[in-house]
Structure formats: C-alpha cells, structure tokens
Design a protein around this ligand. Structure first.
Ligand SMILES: Cc1cc2nc3c(=O)[nH]c(=O)nc-3n(C[C@H](O)[C@H](O)[C@H](O)COP(=O)(O)O)c2cc1C
Length: 371
C-alpha cells in the first residue's frame, strides 16, 4: 500500500497555525510541525512501511482524517479523473467543495435565525445606498408594450447594434425601474427596512448596484453614473468614461460592446448579503442574484424593441477602479449592454422568432459565430 496527500485538501496559514481544509468531508484541522514535515514527504506516493514508527502512526491518523489517499482506492481514482475541476483548478474546486452542502448541513429555523440576526441588527446595511451628489431624475417608465410570452419568445442576445442611434431616455428609465428600483418597502422593526423589487434576491438583501455607462442615450451626457434606486435618478460619478480602446479592454476586447447606447455595469455590495448570510456559500448567491437581474434587463429590452447582450468576459479590476469601489467591499460582476439593433439584424431576429432560419447574433468581426 502507498499513500500520498489528497488533491482535494487545501492548506492555509491562519493565526500562526497551518490549517488543512478537507472540504470534501466538511472538516478543517490545525497541523503541528511533525505533520507538516511528514506531508512534505507524502507529496508523492510513499509506502508507510518505510516510515519509522511515530511517522507511520501519524500517517495513519492523517489517512483517517482523509488528508491522505491510498493508491488505487476509489478516492484516488476520482482524483485521477481528467474532470472539469482539474481544468478549472484548485481555487474553483476548493470554493465549490467548501460551499457544497450535504446531509449534515444544518439550516437554522426562522426563530433561530431571527435570534442570531438580532445580535447584530444595528449593523444591517441599508438596502439602497443614499444619493450624495447632484441627481438627474429619470422619467417614470412607459407601460409594457409586449406581453410576457411574446417577450420570452423574442428574447435574444443582440450584438449587431447601430452606434448612431441613441437609446431613448424612457427605455433606460424602464430598464432601471424593472431591474433595480424598489417597488415596495417593508418595515422590519429592529431590523430596519427591506425593499422588494421586480427582481428577487436572496434574503431580499439586494446586493446588486447598477452603474449605467452612458455612451449614446438621448438627452443624457455620456459618462459613468450610479443609479440611485430610492430616488429613481442618476448620479454622475467623477471618473471619465472609458475612451476608445479602453472600453474594449474593460469588455474582454469584444468590439460590438462599443456600439451599445448604454452599458449597465453591475456590482454587488458584499455586506448587504453577508449581513444575513455569513457562510462562503453566499458568494455564489451574488451571481445568482445577478442572473435574475440580467434576465429582467433582457426581457425589458426585448419588450422595448432594443438589442440586449450580457457579458462577464470583462476586466473586472479596471471597471472597479473607474467606479471607485474596492473588491474588499463591492465587486464588479458583469454588464448588460443595450442598444438599437441595426435594421438588418432587427429583421433577421423577427424572422427567426417567426420560424425563419436560426443563427446567433454575431458581431461583424466574429471569428466563429458559435455563440
Ligand atoms: C453568464 C453569461 C455570460 C455571457 N457572456 C457573454 C460574452 O462574454 N459575450 C457575448 O457575446 N455573449 C455573452 N453571453 C450571451 C450568450 O452568448 C448568449 O446568451 C448565447 O449565445 C445564447 O444566445 P441567446 O441569448 O440569443 O439565446 C453571456 C450570457 C450569459 C448568461
């Protein structure tokens, strides 16, 4: 029999101790020096029979903790699979396993959760950040012009946009109203106030903030704005909008992005969700929240007859810097672009929805047109 360190354990120094995280088995152990020393030897297969007595005993303990695997065991075979986690690497594997739930996962009852939250109710972050600068009020959104089934049927990603035709201001107002504006406020006593929006949100925490980057919207100066949801207004940010190639760099060099009239840059304010959900699994819920926001933007844009795309192929750090946010508190997650489809693309999409030939909306310089 030979043993080596499992590929599914992760090491981290914390408070002067080497912690071994064994997320597949929901355990963490602090390692003492003899264990570190032995684990270094066991980075490759070792027959425990070749170890001296104390080290062999220690190896048995580490095997019992599932820090080691036995050559040829079922665990070893899984580790050797050329599966997706192998390609995505240690960080993704660790996060997934650490956030994954199993039959031992304990969920608090509503009463227990209320007690837990009561301890720190005073620090609940407000669901909407108050506006501090000069506000540009937005119009009330126009009534929907397409029924839901039709919008669902016609929703497509549109990448052939006409940069010369502005997005109407009313359309931007509608997009923000249905993705980010509070529609109701619920008083929660000691816990302050929660908001309800057209988009759902884990725990009604609504971590997503929307920063419209206006390129060509009728009646608004190009620039980077923050949507003030409580006021249904735009607040100009001091940063200059990205010029020329800088926008391409923000958006993973995707050339069609520059033809949008407006880009809705989405961030998540971490504390809003972390206040209620203290475990790392909640990081994933930020992305789930954003998916719901993005789909509303797609459907509203479709109902308004506009072209819509979403992208997360972005250079997050550049966008965060321009927005003046720090990844330790607020992270950029992706963006929705909205613009006026070229006449040809609008005709093609209509024909496809009505049974014509199907194809992706590829930008003019697409290399493969594979979506
Ligand atoms: C999470 C996510 C990320 C996406 N990223 C990109 C992207 O970086 N570039 C792009 O052109 N489209 C992107 N899209 C759009 C998809 O390519 C598109 O939804 C897919 O090709 C199917 O086409 P459809 O939206 O017309 O149904 C993304 C969509 C989602 C949901």
């Amino acid at each position: 029999m030979r043993l080596r360190v499992s590929r599914y354990v992760f090491f981290q120094w914390r408070d002067g101790q080497l912690i071994c995280d064994i997320p597949l088995h929901g355990r963490q152990v602090a390692l003492r020096e003899p264990a570190w020393e032995l684990l270094q030897r066991l980075r490759d297969w070792v027959d425990p029979g070749t170890l001296d007595d104390p080290r062999r005993t220690l190896a048995e303990q580490l095997l019992g903790r599932r820090i080691l695997v036995v050559e040829g065991s079922a665990e070893h075979r899984v580790e050797e699979e050329r599966n997706v986690w192998r390609r995505w690497g240690a960080a993704a594997t660790h996060y997934h396993l650490a956030a994954r739930t199993d039959e031992t996962t304990r969920y608090l009852s509503a009463a227990e959760d209320t007690l837990r939250l009561r301890d720190h109710a005073a620090v609940r972050p407000p669901p909407c950040r108050p506006a501090t600068g000069t506000l540009l009020p937005l119009p009330e959104p126009p009534p929907p012009v397409m029924d839901l089934a039709e919008a669902l049927r016609r929703r497509r990603t549109g990448r052939r946009l006409d940069p010369g035709r502005p997005v109407p201001l009313a359309a931007l107002a509608a997009l923000l109203h249905w993705t980010a504006r509070p529609l109701h406020r619920v008083g929660l006593g000691d816990f302050g106030t929660a908001v309800l929006k057209a988009v759902p949100s884990a725990g009604s925490c609504h971590p997503i903030e929307v920063y419209p980057l206006v390129v060509n919207v009728a009646g608004i100066e190009p620039g980077i704005y923050r949507y003030a949801p409580g006021e249904h207004a735009l607040e100009a940010l001091p940063a200059a909008p990205p010029a020329g190639d800088e926008l391409l760099r923000w958006c993973g060099d995707q050339t069609f992005v520059a033809n949008a009239g407006v880009l809705l840059l989405y961030t998540a304010v971490l504390e809003r969700t972390a206040w209620k959900y203290p475990t790392g699994r909640s990081y994933g819920s930020l992305h789930l929240d954003l998916g719901h926001v993005s789909q509303n933007a797609y459907l509203v844009g479709t109902a308004l007859g506009l072209g819509v795309f979403f992208t997360a192929a972005t250079r997050d750090a550049l966008v965060e810097e321009a927005l003046g946010v720090s990844w330790t508190e607020e992270v950029f997650l992706g963006l929705t672009g909205v613009g006026v489809l070229t006449d040809e693309e609008a005709r093609r999409q209509r024909a496809m929805a009505d049974g014509g030939p199907a194809a992706f909306s590829s930008p003019a310089d697409a290399w493969d047109g594979l979506g």
